[in-house]
Design a protein around this ligand. Sequence first.
Ligand code: HEC
Ligand code: HEC
Length: 297
Amino acid sequence: MRRLLTAASVLLPLAVAGGVARAAGEAPADDAVSDAVRRGAYIFNAAGCLGCHTDEKGGGQPLAGGRALATPFGTFHTPNITPDPVHGIGRWSDADFIRALREGVGPDGAHLFPAFPYASYTRMTDRDLLDLKAYLFSRPAVAAPNKPHDLTPPFSWRFLLPVWQWLYLTPGPVPDDPAKPAAWNRGRYLVDALGHCAECHSPRTLLGGLDSDRYLAGNPDGPDGDKVPGITGAKGKGGIGGWSDGDLTLFLETGLTPDGDVAGGAMGEVVRNTTSKLTADDRAAIAAYLKTVPLKE
Ligand code: HEC
Ligand code: HEC
């Protein structure tokens, strides 16, 4: 069910929470800041790293982790990804970072849980991954220790994760389709690699993999138990094909739907941290791509 929120109840928390998002989501204005950090700030927003890795409710520092993510498999507590050398990722090499986001394996060889959406981030290019790391390493280090996850066995067993990865992870970027316009390819990259839209908008299999047969067709068990609507190009249920391009880009910028509702919950956060911070061209590319996604039932 769509959450109806009044303008006041949306705008007030936005104004408060905006402080955190701004503090962590924008490159410092300093001209000396390297291009990599500047580009990385944009990737960081487009990939929505801030929300999951910040315990906003508990007053945690940006990227210091500790946010609880309730899932059908138990509760995850996100780790600290600030450059702190002890509690964060300050000692990680470029190769460590690429391996974690592309293969879901930490520097110590431990396999990472797919609640960290690396099955989507795996599609990021090396350059975007390295720019993203440069940006993260330009942020303040926070000496906050990680909290253990609280998962129900067998889902807590990391040694089973290679099986999951074998089933559901196809590592590496997907080459552009030369038969399609540049905006379509950019849109697909923004949706699949960075925005990880399918992580919420596709249904999952029993083992928690993305059901690729029903790509973006909607998900009855989204985050916090929310129903997530389909965003394929279909008109009517399962799609946004009935929305004009302007409706879609306005929604991605502001969260307002064509019938005057405001995106709430998880999508409100995506709009605030991610899609509202993209360029107008990138929002248009997302709309152009989504319109072409077929609904398979
Ligand atoms: C963390 C989960 C999550 C992610 C990631 C996510 N969404 Fe959503 N999205 C939702 C939920 C939940 C709703 C329903 C919101 C509501 O009804 O208030 C929604 C609603 C929407 C809608 C409105 C559909 C309708 O019929 O009303 C669009 C369009 C949309 N999302 C696009 C995207 C795009 C594009 C991305 C990737 C950039 C994305 N979403 C990523 C959870 C998510
Ligand atoms: C949907 C929530 C979510 C999003 C979005 C997310 N992460 Fe995470 N991330 C997690 C969880 C949960 C873990 C813990 C996985 C584990 O313990 O195996 C994690 C783990 C990590 C790790 C491993 C840290 C360590 O100490 O082992 C890194 C690095 C990381 N994330 C970086 C990122 C970056 C960079 C982004 C944005 C591109 C991002 N994350 C987006 C949830 C998320």
